[in-house]
Structure formats: structure tokens, C-alpha cells
Design a protein around this ligand. Sequence first.
Ligand SMILES: Cc1ncc(COP(=O)(O)O)c(C=O)c1O
Length: 442
Amino acid sequence: MKGDTGSAESRESPFAPPKVAKTQNPKHNFHGVKGDTGSAASRELPFAPPKVAQTQKPKHNFHGVKGDTGSADFPFLLAYLPFLPKDAFRMSRSNPFRPALAKMQPYVPGEQPQGGKFIKLNTNENPYPAPPAVTEAIKSAATAGLQRYPDPVASAFRRRAAEVLDLPGPEWILAGNGSDEILTILVRAMVGEGQRLRLPYPSYILYRTLADIQGAQWEQTAFSPDWQLPAAFGHSDDRLRLAFLPNPNSPSGTVIPPDQVLQFAQTLPCPLVVDEAYADFADTHCLDLVRQSDQVFVTRTLSKSYALAGLRFGFVVAQPHRIAELQKIKDSYNCDTLSIAAATAAIGSTEWLADNVAKIRATRGRMEQRLAELGFHVTPSQANFVWCQHPDKSHKLIYEHLKQSQILVRYMDFPDWGDGLRISVGTDDQADACLLMLSQVL
Ligand SMILES: Cc1ncc(COP(=O)(O)O)c(C=O)c1O
């Protein structure tokens, strides 16, 4: 009911705390609920570690809740309080930043060498140029002039995307400056200080950084060695506010099927963000789930399948009442005139997309086969990259040898899990150069 902000509505809205929902200018409210340290009981892990540990080797058991010192540590810390400087927990002129910032590690993106002649297979960019319609659209938007502010809600893009993706209407979409901005908006909207965010492990590390920025906690559910996600991912927890599922996952390139994703969405006590940055390269996607449940948010990017990583454009699909709430958080003009024009042209380039995806998938298949012949354990990929591990060679050394030869791949080391190489699918020539160099290095 309109205007009724009573209990029924607040039970259904994930955009807690209510203080944020009611502020006039929510985009400046970074702070969420303050001082919620929770009761001892609610500090318990949502699922017992020993039980989950059974699903994988002990070294893969990674269920710590970061930032949670647990009830046992608390009296111990209290004992130190009299010895701390008076302003230890206060902002000061020399350190005006929130304490959460001092504690957190920054997110480190993949290497982006400027200059040089690298074959760049480290950050899952598309090796081909963007659809030709994009260049035309940018030219004509620039020629029309940039003296006016852009459309705050990227209407042209939303209309075209709704048609192409067969959504009921543009009000199901919010556009952003890359899907990373969309993920930021989602976390700012739903996860306050002291609250929790859940993600699978190993997966996209940025989710943790976004929780850290909020002064929130994150907890990880480990994938099994064959990249299945245990039921624990869907378990309930009082302080859980948001769960992220990259699907296809990075670094594995594996997919959780939509019916299983829906099950997670149904058992989780909070919204589930299905991060579909790589879905165009996969056999399945979860857009249909958004119609079935207002707890599902699907994010997409134009950086990968549309070859527009340099443009910065992404979007989220959710039910209109959810999109309306998210709109309060975003910057007024988060997408500029050129990127809106370019993204609108790109999303309409459906034949180009089909052709590009077919090429990437064909090269991906060849890479998987050749890597296996070279002795790697290769995880079958549904994305535009391949995750591979060699049983007895050092991944770090392989990465370094390739780099010396101007071939950049991503070396990834996941504590308590293991390391490996994530190699983006390039053109056939780039893939061949990389595979040849690998055969010489091994
Ligand atoms: C799983 C996942 N989500 C989101 C992104 C961010 O994409 P964008 O370029 O749209 O910010 C990436 C980028 O590599 C990614 O791997």
C-alpha cells in the first residue's frame, strides 16, 4: 500500500536499516547501523564449520567471518583499553578516515600495463573490437554536443536492453558505470556496519572489499573441489544481508544451474545477487529468476561479451520496486552521454554478439584441449577464460616466464585453497602464441 511504511513493508524490504531508507539523501549515507556488535548467539557461524569441512579437504575449509572477534576474545581486548591512547578510536585531523578503512586491504585489479606489446590474457577482456555501431553512436553523440548533463537514468539504454533481453520494461533495469559500480550500489543499499555479506570461495574478491568499506563482515562458503556449491551457501543467519554468486564463477568459469540458484534464493534470508558478468559465454543464465522472485538481482556488464571494458557500463535487472530503491543510492549522473549512446548501440548489436560469442567459445575449446595435452588439469569453462592447474610445476614461475615473453596471464593464489593460472580467451593467434610458449616453458 502506498505510503504505508508499517511492519509488513519493512519485513519485505532488504534495504535496511530503516534509517537509510528514510533519509532524504541516502547516497551520502555510508554508515548503516552503528554499534551493532550482536549478541553472542548471533555471532555464531551460520553453519557449523566441521560439518562443512566434510565437503572438502581440510585445507579448503574457509569459513571464517572476517571482523568478528568472537565472544572469547572480547574480555581479552577490554583489558587493553586503559592502555590505548585517548583518541585511539576517534577520527583525528591526521587520520580523518573511518576505522573500517584502516583495517581493510584494498582491492588489487589485474595488471593493466600501459604501453608495451603484451598479449594480454589476464583480465578477461574481449580480444576483438566492439560492435561497429558503437563507434558511430559515440561519434554522433559527441557531434551533438556534450554541454548538457546526460539522461540520469539512461532511458534509451534501458528501453533497448528491455527489448533485447525480453524483460517486461525499462523499469526492471538500473544502469551503472561498469558492473563494479552496480555491485557497490547493491552493497551500500543493503549491507550496513556490523552486518554480513556471503560469497562463495574462491570467487570475485571485490565483494569482500565492498563489505570492508561498509565496516561489514563477510563470510565465505567454499566450493567443493569439483566446483559444486554446498547447501550451506543458502543457510539462514540473522545478520546476513546479501549474498553474491558469480555465475559463471571466476576463476573457475563454472556455472551453478538456474534451478539450483533459485533454491538458494528461496532458502537464503536475504537477497541473492547473481553476478552474470560472463553469462553471454555460458549455456544458461538466471534472468528468468528475476520475474519469479524479488529476492534475485542479476548483474551484467558490457566489458566482456560486448568488448567494452574501456567504456565502463554495466546494469542490474531486478523487480521494479527494487530498482526504485537502488536508484536512490546512485550518483545523479553515473553514466555519461557517450557511454549511454555506446551501450545502447552495443546491446542492440545482437548478430555481432552471437558471432563474437561463437568465436570465443571455439577458441576456448581449443585452449582447453591443448592445455590438457600439456599436462594441466583444466576446469571446463563456461566463460571467456580457462582455469588450469599443473600437478607439479610452479604456477608462479610459469606466469613469470610468460610475462618475460610479453604474455600476460593471471596467476591467482587463494589462501587455504591453492593457486593456478587463469588465462583469458584471446584471438586464435593470441591463444596459439600463449600455448606455444607454455609448451616451451614446461
Ligand atoms: C565476476 C565479475 N564481476 C564483475 C566484474 C566487473 O566488471 P565491470 O568491468 O563491468 O566492472 C568482473 C570483472 O572482471 C568480474 O570478473
